[in-house]
Design a protein around this ligand. Structure first.
Ligand SMILES: [Zn+2]
Ligand SMILES: [Zn+2]
Length: 267
């Protein structure tokens, strides 16, 4: 039986004879059902209609996206301790598997939050690796799988120089990836939707819902800032190809937190 994929958010569902009645990820207030209504595809159909594109940012950091669904972009993070796939995209095609295997395969997959769960079980199976997902968001896992590993608490060391950091806010378990060896040892943070790289690529912002413009309260933003405080980083990578703060990202982040808190302060 087919494993249906929501075309609006890219989430894959357990096998079923008929397409699911709805997509709880899209129905929830942080996403949306498109005005055209809910439609479905499969990985097999996607392999005919979409191809992944690749963009190498720095040595050891390659973006992967087909612009499908939300337009999610995953990052292949090539650390000395092994390759990590940060976040996920629904489109897993043969060329992507061959390329990543040619670069040494994967050591692990880690996903920031439910908007990137997509076809995570397919990727985990293709590369025979665990998928690290924060336990606080377990209710949003629409298709369970034996390779999903729930992690608890505030940080999880993945390799000697990569750490998952729970920032919360957007989702309770919303996480970021810190790679100390990235940017020639100055460090990078992949922030996904926990902090969101703004269009000017010089600031970030914080939202409960980005498409529906629902902001976060001050205490949640302060918690994200506290979670990142111990980590040094020069660059920040959001969740689209162009969402990158190239230099001075730690200062840009602090500036953005102050700006956000001032903007929502009661007068
Ligand atoms: Zn959906
Ligand atoms: Zn999101």
């Amino acid at each position: 039986m087919p494993l249906y994929i929501c075309t609006a958010c890219g989430t894959q569902y357990p096998d079923s004879a008929k397409a699911p009645a709805d997509c709880p990820i899209c129905e929830e207030e942080r996403q949306y059902v498109p005005p055209r209504g809910q439609t479905w595809t499969t990985l097999e159909a996607l392999s005919q209609s979409h191809m992944n594109s690749f963009h190498e940012y720095d040595t050891g950091l390659i973006g992967i996206s087909a612009g499908f669904a939300i337009g999610q972009r995953a990052l292949l993070v090539r650390t000395e301790g092994g390759n990590i796939l940060w976040d996920c995209v629904a489109t897993l095609d043969a060329a992507t598997v061959s390329m990543i295997k040619g670069l040494g395969g994967l050591k692990a997959i880690a996903i920031s939050h439910p908007h990137f769960y997509t076809t995570m079980n397919e990727w985990a199976e293709a590369f025979d690796v665990p998928v690290h997902v924060h336990a606080d968001d377990r209710e949003w896992i629409m298709r369970q799988g034996p390779r999903i590993k729930l992690w608890d608490g505030e940080t999880l060391r993945l390799t000697p120089d990569t750490t998952l950091i729970r920032g919360g806010g957007h989702f309770t378990g919303s996480s970021m990836l810190h790679w100390a060896g990235g940017a020639s040892g100055r460090g990078i943070v992949c922030c996904s939707d926990t902090a969101y790289v703004a269009t000017d690529c010089r600031h970030v912002t914080f939202m409960r819902s980005y498409p529906n413009y629902v902001p976060l309260p001050a205490e949640r933003v302060k918690a994200i800032a506290n979670a990142l405080a111990p980590f040094a980083f020069e660059k920040m990578f959001g969740n689209f190809f162009e969402s990158v703060i190239e230099t001075g990202a730690k200062q840009a982040f602090s500036r953005s937190v102050e700006r956000y808190l001032a903007a929502i302060a009661s007068r």
